[in-house]
Design a protein around this ligand. Structure first.
Ligand SMILES: *[C@@H]1O[C@H](CO)[C@@H](O)[C@H](O)[C@H]1NC(C)=O
Ligand SMILES: *[C@@H]1O[C@H](CO)[C@@H](O)[C@H](O)[C@H]1NC(C)=O
Ligand SMILES: *[C@@H]1O[C@H](CO)[C@@H](O)[C@H](O)[C@H]1NC(C)=O
Ligand SMILES: *[C@@H]1O[C@H](CO)[C@@H](O)[C@H](O)[C@H]1NC(C)=O
Ligand SMILES: *[C@@H]1O[C@H](CO)[C@@H](O)[C@H](O)[C@H]1NC(C)=O
Ligand SMILES: *[C@@H]1O[C@H](CO)[C@@H](O)[C@H](O)[C@H]1NC(C)=O
Ligand SMILES: *[C@@H]1O[C@H](CO)[C@@H](O)[C@H](O)[C@H]1NC(C)=O
Length: 455
């Protein structure tokens, strides 16, 4: 009874958020008010909710719902479960991401003849839009890595940021971005799941877990299990939102590498740890997926790329036709409709043909003070990452006691005062107006360049 009541309460709470959010109006101020109200709401109303995890197996059934448990989705015998390997490259997506990806997956194929799939968890900051298209055309899944370290709060706009940029600067339909990974400041996770759910992401992959638990990916219909939420900070239920946790690596002494960043003394040692983990805790155990969230910085260290390639080729040899190297959304597809190993080829579930096309051969190169990227679209007037994330940050900053103009800076960014585009050089740009916004175009003076006449 107690469980039912608290669940009901969580659902009511959740619906309140949804209705608040769908009603959201356009102005920044109103949006901020809603966010502040919501934060207050979470703080004051959180206490009565029973945060321990209770999943009702009778009502939580595939394909819509999966409890957090050791049970594989099809109740298959271990020998019938395909071993899945999920490789991701996280962080800014650049030409290096694609180069490293080609190197680590060289000569690595799934038994159905498809090359090893990669999921790119791309940041909105410093990713190159032409390279995002190139990765997409190579059959990669594009997902979003939000890595927020500075802001005081995560807003819906930030949670949707990569999609908005992809819509403007690539040919990819933003609805194809259905995966989310948060890697920033932990305490900002508190309210993020409402937004991920409202914005209709299919899955999150921001939590990590010890592989010793043997837990399969699951849906958040019954909230966030205590394993990921020990201080019970994240309340609420998130129907049909999948969680694909990052499975940690275990050291010989049973300690784990918190995120997938093993710091080992040699590549021989790394290979040994990878092989032992793969065999003992995944393949020869209950075949929970093997996740490999790689970053460019980590791969750049001494011979890591060769080591990972050797490891992947070893998997192919060691497990014969049992291992599939698929993307994150293919895993969910399989979990919703589990197919036995022997039937995968027949079922066509992991087919890899596509008709994705790159939208231009010679992209524009867009250069800014703090960034550069290529795109097949027109270069925007300022770094779009700054623009995309502009309006929600300033007012909440306690370091700055100035007020941001009602609807942002115009052609500039807020750095405790609007900094106009090209205000510190003689290139074409904008000047401050009487309201402190960047709306007045610079004027051109012979032998001087572009200047602000009014300053
Ligand atoms: C997140 O950003 C911080 C600060 O810029 C950086 O040090 C860190 O490596 C980033 N994390 C990831 C996973 O990209
Ligand atoms: C990758 O991009 C950088 C700068 O954007 C450029 O200097 C480099 O030559 C490129 N590398 C390749 C392999 O295209
Ligand atoms: C699966 O099908 C592909 C081509 O469709 C074939 O190359 C491969 O050998 C088959 N694999 C198995 C295990 O039957
Ligand atoms: C995952 O890979 C499959 C096979 O290549 C592809 O059809 C599918 O579109 C990919 N998923 C996403 C979200 O890109
Ligand atoms: C590691 O954990 C396993 C399983 O719980 C146990 O059998 C083993 O003794 C542990 N090893 C060490 C070094 O603690
Ligand atoms: C990696 O390990 C070495 C020695 O074991 C240590 O000196 C170094 O600080 C570690 N690096 C990181 C990033 O933890
Ligand atoms: C893997 O599947 C292929 C195609 O069906 C088959 O020729 C090969 O013998 C299989 N390999 C093993 C080790 O079972």
């Amino acid at each position: 009874m107690h469980i039912t009541v608290s669940l009901l309460f969580s659902i009511i709470l959740y619906n309140t958020f949804i209705s608040e959010f769908f009603a959201y109006s356009i102005t920044t101020r109103e949006k901020r008010d809603i966010i502040n109200k919501r934060l207050k709401y979470i703080r004051t109303k959180r206490a009565p909710i029973d945060n321990s995890y209770h999943c009702d197996e009778d009502n939580c059934k595939l394909p819509k719902c999966k409890c957090f448990s050791e049970n594989n989705p099809g109740s298959l015998k271990t020998k019938d479960i395909p071993q899945f390997v999920l490789i991701s490259i996280d962080g800014s997506l650049t030409n290096k991401s694609i180069k490293y990806q080609n190197q680590i997956t060289e000569n690595v194929m799934s038994p159905n003849g498809c090359p090893a799939m990669i999921t790119n968890f791309a940041t909105d900051e410093n990713s190159d839009f032409f390279e995002i298209e190139s990765a997409y055309v190579k059959n990669n899944e594009i997902a979003f890595n939000l890595n927020e370290t500075e802001s005081k709060i995560i807003t819906p706009k930030m949670v949707n940021s990569l999609r908005d940029l992809v819509e403007k600067f690539t040919n990819i339909d933003k609805k194809e971005i259905i995966g989310f990974r948060y890697t920033g400041n932990e305490r900002l996770k508190v309210n993020i799941y409402h937004d991920i759910c409202d914005l209709e992401y299919l899955y999150d992959s921001s939590f990590s877990i010890s592989p010793l638990n043997n837990f399969w990916p699951f849906t958040l219909d019954y909230g966030i299990p205590t394993e990921f939420n020990s201080k019970s900070l994240i309340s609420g239920v998130y129907p049909e939102l999948w969680e694909i946790p990052i499975y940690e690596l275990l050291n010989p002494d049973n300690s784990t590498f918190a995120i997938w960043e093993p710091n080992v003394s040699s590549n021989g040692k790394l290979l040994e740890i990878l092989k032992n983990n793969f065999l003992n805790l995944h393949y020869n155990n209950n075949r929970i997926p093997f996740t490999m969230p790689l970053t460019k910085q980590w791969l750049e260290q001494d011979k890591r790329i060769e080591t990972i390639n050797e490891f992947l080729k070893w998997i192919v040899d060691e497990t014969n036709n049992d291992t599939y190297f698929i993307n994150y959304s293919q895993l969910i597809e399989w979990m919703k409709n589990p197919v036995k190993l022997d039937n995968i080829n027949k079922s066509g579930i992991f087919k890899c043909e596509n008709n994705r096309k790159i939208s231009c051969k010679n992209p524009n190169l867009c250069l800014y003070k703090s960034a550069s990227f290529k795109t097949c679209k027109e270069c925007p007037i300022q770094n779009p990452y700054l623009e995309a994330n502009l309006d929600d940050i300033p007012e909440l900053s306690s370091e700055c006691n100035k007020k941001v103009p009602e609807d942002g800076c115009g052609n500039g960014v807020w750095e405790c005062g609007c900094q106009c585009l090209n205000n510190d050089n003689n290139l074409d740009g904008y000047c401050l107006d009487e309201f402190g916004k960047c709306t007045i175009p610079k004027v051109y003076k012979e032998n001087v360049g572009y200047i602000c006449e009014n300053q």
